[in-house]
Design a protein around this ligand. Structure first.
Ligand code: MRU
Length: 349
């Protein structure tokens, strides 16, 4: 019997700013951080305390609004200039380059600020309302993705996933895991295989933690085991999230997704990318133009304080890779399930 669903609360307003679950401390400790300044929010995003494409967009928007409210005084009616909002947006935008949700949320915030100034409206309450809308929409988009992907997770399904595209990566029930939660809510028996996800272990630390908390059986495997596991059969589908989807459907997601997609195709297992509208980037024609974040070499040369490579070892540490659209069976979105060649019909305004 599955326990009732209890997605962890990843973000909330606090008295002086925003409160976030520090994901670097999981699965050992459940610690919440109060972030007050824009620099603190930027640090939390850079350090992956707050992570996952949709959640960093929500956090940036809420952090920006909270900073404006503080600067504007209790009632939010004080003087907050458009120039300082622009600077704060630039600080937050520079934290992580790949997930387009971050720029999408900040563009919305800036546009709202410009409209407020043009109409003589006070900036802080306008920014707070826009951030609240972005937060509310994120939760609703997760629910719709869950419904759109429900048919892909029948009773008895075994789903293989990579990284964490669950509740911890959003402010709702996640993207790739949303159909899993929706199926379990309907009483279907579902189990998940979670790639460990080197080097930062989002699969074993985060996906296994949130599924365990929700009572969904989860088996952790090292990334190098995925092809072998797929070859043995019994995997219903591979479901992954995305950080940016180019206009042609090429998809940037956590490093290792591309290899997983190759293995899934070789073994005839369908691979679906689950993402809200905010992850699609029609202005980037194809995947080779998606900026890929490079992270510190120490993430590869140390593991939990233990040195895992000789001093001076050269390191290549891209946080994401690009899966060509040809390896993607379909997209599970908040507007339904799309075959890759139908994506543009939805994206075109
Ligand atoms: O570096 P991270 O942990 O932020 O990477 C997260 C991922 O790659 C997720 O799969 C992606 O953001 C989708 S989350 C719904």
């Amino acid at each position: 019997m599955f326990r009732a669903m209890m997605p962890p609360s990843t973000i909330a307003w606090s008295a002086s700013g925003i409160r976030v679950l520090d994901q670097t401390r999981l699965p050992v400790e459940e610690v919440y951080l109060d972030l007050v300044t824009v620099d603190e929010v930027a640090e939390a995003i850079r350090a992956l305390r707050v992570r996952g494409a949709p959640l960093i967009g929500v956090a940036a928007a809420m952090g920006l609004a909270a900073a404006a409210l503080r600067a504007g005084g209790q009632g939010g009616g004080g003087a907050v200039g458009l120039e300082s909002v622009r600077q704060d947006c630039a600080t937050l935008r520079a934290t992580r380059p790949t997930a387009v949700n971050l720029g999408w949320a900040l563009d919305r915030m800036l546009a709202r600020a410009e409209r407020a100034v043009a109409s003589g409206e006070a900036l802080p309450p306008a920014l707070r309302a826009e951030a609240q809308a972005i937060w509310d929409e994120d939760r609703a988009m997760c629910d719709r993705i869950g419904e759109a992907g429900l048919a892909l997770v029948p009773d008895g399904a075994t789903i293989l996933t990579h990284c964490n595209a669950g509740a911890l990566a959003t402010s709702g029930k996640g993207t790739a895991l949303a159909p899993v939660y929706a199926a379990v809510e309907r009483g279907r028996r579902v189990s998940v295989i979670a790639d460990e996800t080197r080097p930062l272990l989002q699969g074993s630390r985060l996906t296994a933690w949130e599924l365990g908390r929700a009572g969904v059986p989860c088996t952790v495997i090292a990334d190098s085991m995925a092809a072998s596991r797929l070859s043995r059969g019994g995997i219903t589908a591979v479901l992954v999230g995305a950080d940016r989807i180019a206009a042609n459907g090429d998809t940037a997601n956590k490093i290792g997704t591309y290899g997983l997609a190759l293995a899934a195709r070789a073994h005839g297992v369908p691979l679906y990318v689950a993402a809200p509208r905010s992850t699609f980037d029609p202005s980037t024609p194809h995947g080779s133009l998606i900026p890929i974040e490079q992270r510190a070499p120490e993430e590869m040369t140390r593991l939990g304080g233990t040195v895992t490579a000789p001093a001076g070892a050269l390191v290549w540490n891209p946080a994401f890779d690009v899966t060509p659209v040809a390896l993607i069976t379909g997209f599970i979105t908040d507007a339904g399930l799309f075959a890759p060649d139908r994506l543009m019909e939805w994206l075109r305004p």
